[in-house]
Write a protein that binds this ligand. Sequence first.
Ligand code: HEC
Ligand code: HEC
Ligand code: HEC
Ligand code: HEC
Length: 440
Amino acid sequence: MKRPSTFLGMLVAALLLATVPAIAQTPPSTDVHLGVASCAGGPCHGNTAGVKNTGVLQNEYLTWQRLDKHAKAFTALQGELGKRIARNLGIPAAEKAQVCLDCHADNVPAEQRGVQFQISDGVGCEACHGAGQKWLGAHASGKIPHAQLVGEFGLYPTDDPLARAKLCVGCHVGSGSRFVTHRIMGAGHPRMPFELETFTQIEPAHYQIDATYKKRKTVAAGVQFWAVGQAVALETLTTSLQDPAHKGDGLFPELVFFDCDACHHPTSSLRWEKRASSGLGPGLPHLNDANAVMLRAIAARIDPAAGAELEKAVLALHGALSEGKGVPRTDAAAVGQIAHKLAEAFAAHDFTRDDMKAMVAALVARGTAGDYVDYAAAEQATMAFASIIYTLKTDNLIDAKQAGALKSALDQCYAATQKEEAYQPAKFVAAAGAVGRSLP
Ligand code: HEC
Ligand code: HEC
Ligand code: HEC
Ligand code: HEC
C-alpha cells in the first residue's frame, strides 16, 4: 500500500485500524473478481444483436457501458471535479486514493484481481453481482438454478430487497472505509441523497422483469425496496456514528451526520419551527434524521410498537448529540437495533394498497409535525411518494384518473424540492398535502 500522507492518509490509516463490525454482513468473500471483460463477450452479456433464448437480455454490458453512471465512476475521479476535490484535500491523485476508489471502483485487494480485471472499469458487474471466480462457469453453463448459484457459488442476490439495500447503501450512504466526510464534501463532493427504489428506477435497467425472470427470482414490490432501504440506511448511519474513525474533526463532531442546511442556509430566511421529534431549539445543529422520519411513517402502519420505540430512541439520540459529550454510542446503537429489526420486518411484509395509503397519510402528517423543515426530509418524502405511486401504478391499484391526480401532486413535491437553496418548507407541506388528498 502507498504510504499515507496528509490528514487523509491518517484518516485512511485510522479506517484500516477500525474494528467496528459492518452491519449484519457476512465476511467479505476472498474469491477473485474476473473483471468486466469476462462478462462482456458477444455470446454472453455483450450482445448487440438477437438474444439466444437465455432468458436474459444479453446486452447488459452495453447498457452499463453506455448509459450507467457506474461505468463512469472511475473516470469521474480523473475529471475536473475529481481533480478539484483531490487538490482541496491535498491528495496527489483521486484515482489512486483508496478513500475514493472504495466507492468509485470495484476496489478489491490485488490478490483478488483476475487477469482481465481493470480498476478503471469503475463500479463493474462484480461490484454488485459478487466475485465471479466460482459462479462464472457454473452460471454460463445455464444448468445451475439461480438459487444454487447464490447459495453455493457466491452470486450476490441483487433481487432480494434486504441484500440489495445493503449493497447499494454500502456505497451510497457508506460506512467503515467507504465514507464521505464533511471535509470531502467541503472539498466539493456532491451531496449523496439516497433512496433505494428511486435509485433502482434511475439506474438504466439492464434486466427485464418478464415471465421467465419471475420463475427464477424474487420480484419484490417497489414499496418494499423503499421501506427496507430506509431501515438499512438508518442502521448504517448509526453504525458510522459509533465508529471511532468518524468521531470528528478537531473541535467539531463529524458534521456530515448533521442536517446540512442547519448550518448552510442563509440566515436571511428563517426556517426554524418546533419539531417534537427532535426536541431541540433553534441554534443547535441537529442530526440528519430524514431516514428516521420516513421510518416512523412506515412503522406507524407496519409495526406501531417498534415505531413508538423508534420515536423515543431518536429523541434520546438527538438530545445526547446536542450535549456535546462526544458520540453517544449507546443511544446510536439503540436506534440502530430498532432499524435493524424493522428492516427484517419490512423484508417479510407483503405491502397492501391499504398499507400504502396509510403510509402516505403518515408521511403527510410528518409535515404537520414540523419534520419537513429539513430539506433532506422533504427530499426523502418526495422519493417516498414517487416509489409508492410507482408501485400503485405498476400493480394496477389505482385507476388512470387517480394516477393523473397523484402525478400532478408529485410534480408539486418535485418543484418544491428542486433547489436546496430555494427550499421553502410551507410549499412542500402543501404539496405533500395534495398527494394525500389524491389518494382517497
Ligand atoms: C461500489 C460502490 C457502489 C455500489 C455498490 C452502488 N453504487 Fe451507485 N454509484 C456509485 C458511484 C461512485 C456513483 C457515481 C458515479 C458517477 O457519477 O461518476 C453511483 C451512481 C449511481 C446512480 C446515478 C446517480 C445520479 O446522480 O445520476 C444511481 C441511480 C445508482 N448509483 C444506483 C445504485 C443502485 C440502485 C445500487 C445497488 C443496486 C448501487 N447504485 C450500488 C457507487 C456505487
Ligand atoms: C461512500 C462512497 C463514496 C466515497 C468514499 C467517495 N465517493 Fe464520490 N460519489 C459517490 C456517490 C454515490 C456519488 C454519486 C452521488 C449522486 O449523484 O447521488 C459520487 C459522486 C462523485 C463525483 C461526481 C460524479 C459525477 O458524475 O458528477 C465526483 C467527482 C466524486 N464523487 C469524486 C470523489 C472523490 C475524489 C472521492 C475521494 C476523495 C470520492 N468521490 C469518494 C460515492 C463516494
Ligand atoms: C450497481 C449494481 C449493478 C451493476 C454494476 C451491474 N448490475 Fe446487473 N443487476 C443489478 C440489479 C439490481 C439487477 C436486478 C436484480 C436481479 O435480477 O438480480 C441486475 C440484474 C442483472 C441480470 C439479471 C437478468 C435476469 O433476468 O435475471 C444480469 C444478467 C446482469 N445484471 C448482468 C450484469 C452485467 C453483465 C453487468 C456488468 C456489465 C452488471 N450486471 C452490472 C445490479 C447491477
Ligand atoms: C454544524 C455546522 C455544519 C453542518 C451541519 C454542515 N456544515 Fe458544511 N461547513 C460548515 C463550516 C463551518 C464550513 C467551513 C466554513 C466555510 O467554508 O464556509 C463548511 C463548509 C462546507 C463546504 C465548503 C463551502 C465552500 O464555500 O467552500 C461545503 C460544500 C459543505 N460544508 C457541505 C456540507 C454538507 C453537504 C453538509 C451536510 C451533509 C454540511 N456541509 C453540514 C458547517 C457545517
